[in-house]
Design a protein around this ligand. Structure first.
Ligand code: ADP
Length: 397
């Protein structure tokens, strides 16, 4: 009988999961799936590693399975999957580890209480990330559960990169730049040596361009700066988030337009970014396919802000050996990569058009001073590795 690890990524309206099997020194993906629309129109899908559909269920519109009901269904499904393998632990994606958690941690009820204290720092994600941990602690207290944080990888950034220019007491109170997408960056940093030994030992900017988008400056494998800050709103414009914006705009909207905090939250998290600017869609594919000028303007703004951040992060690094594209847009859109690379010609990126169209991994010319890569991210595998390592360590201790 082999060992198995389940990864859980719980959000406000969906719970995603992946099952990994230990095979020799490797963790092999077995099945991944999700329950979406958990409070509105629940639909369960599970897929094989090749992307083919394994199982599908749906519930009538208006069914409120919620987090508990959805977790029940996922557990029942996993029971049928885990015939020859024993589940040894569950790894959870948790958005916020505060200033304390620089590494993944095995969660008990005391640690869970500490993690709940970070809910105000990420009210839209943290409570949902923690719900399955609490439920499983109640139901199967002996099953090891590991929390892996989106913030941990950035705890190596120098203090000056973490600070806002606010009064010291606020900085001391944890109002600092945390940075997110850390599990994605950590994964890329872990595989970069296989692609580009020079960049892995040197200076790299990783562009995580998905629905959420950010960029990270990595020096010899360590994060030294990133575009996201106190929340996952700072930095680049995203699918529906506005990215960096003068805080005076928020004061103006509250003062002159009578907007409430909840109105502002909705505006900056769900009504802005590509969706807000284009008025068409948050989906890059839809914008690229549209001939509406508003779609073009949204893409132009997106590219412009990447250009600015790239310059800023290169300045922070004091040089650049490589850029790496990852996540949905970064991995799949040759057009966006081309425009970003053309804008980065000044710093030494020379795009190879054919390689870019073919999808990489190397998309720059052989003699390009700065290499450009496409490397698919794998946050689930990163969580699975951390979970296994921590369980092995605890058992060995
Ligand atoms: P999430 O941040 O939710 O994990 P993803 O990393 O899957 O999201 O990225 C989703 C984004 O990737 C969407 O904007 C989608 O349009 C974009 N995307 C996926 N495939 C392509 C493609 N072929 N061309 C352009 N954009 C793409």
């Amino acid at each position: 009988m082999g060992r198995a690890i389940v990864i859980v990524n719980a959000g406000s309206s969906s719970i995603k999961f992946s099952l990994f099997l230990e095979r020799g020194d490797d963790l092999v993906p077995d099945v991944r799936g999700q329950m979406e629309g958990i409070y509105t129109f629940p639909r369960f899908t599970a897929k094989n590693p090749d992307g083919s559909l394994k199982t599908e269920n749906s519930w009538p519109q208006g069914t409120q399975l919620g987090h508990d009901g959805s977790l029940e269904h996922i557990v029942a499904f996993l029971r049928t999957e885990l015939v020859d393998d024993q589940l040894i632990g569950v790894g959870h994606r948790v958005v916020h580890g505060g200033q304390k958690y620089t590494q993944p941690v095995q969660v008990d009820s005391n640690i869970l209480t500490e993690l709940e204290k970070f809910i105000p720092l990420a009210p839209l994600h943290q409570p949902h990330n923690l719900t399955p941990i609490r439920r499983l602690l109640e139901r199967v207290p002996d099953l090891p559960q590991v929390a892996c944080f989106d913030t941990s990888f950035h705890r190596t950034t120098p203090p000056v990169a973490q600070m806002f220019a606010l009064p010291k007491e606020l900085t001391d109170d944890g109002i600092v730049r945390y940075g997110f997408h850390g599990l994605s960056y950590e994964y890329i940093a872990s595989v970069l040596p296989q692609f580009d030994a020079k960049a892995a030992a040197g200076k790299t900017i990783v562009l995580h361009l998905g629905n959420g988008a950010s960029m990270c400056a990595i020096d010899a494998g360590r994060s030294i700066s990133s575009t996201m800050g106190f929340t996952a709103v700072e930095g680049l414009p995203m699918g529906t988030r506005c990215g960096s914006m003068d805080p005076g705009v928020i004061l103006f909207l509250m003062d002159q337009r009578g907007m409430s905090i909840r109105d502002i939250e909705k505006l900056i998290y769900t009504q802005s970014g590509l969706l807000g600017v284009s008025g068409i869609s948050s989906d890059m594919r839809a914008l690229l396919a549209s001939d509406d000028t508003k779609a073009k303007i949204a893409i132009d703004l997106y590219i412009y802000r990447i250009r600015r951040e790239l310059g800023a992060l290169a300045a922070v690094l004091g040089g650049l050996d490589a850029i790496v594209f990852t996540a949905g847009i970064g991995e799949n859109s040759a057009i966006i990569r081309r425009r970003v690379c053309q804008d980065a010609a000044w710093i030494g990126v020379e795009l190879d058009e054919n390689k870019n169209t073919a999808g990489g991994p190397l998309i720059s010319k052989k003699n390009s001073r700065v290499a450009a890569w496409v490397i698919p991210t794998n946050e689930e595998l990163m969580i699975a590795r951390h979970t296994l390592n921590l369980i092995n360590k605890t058992k060995g201790a």
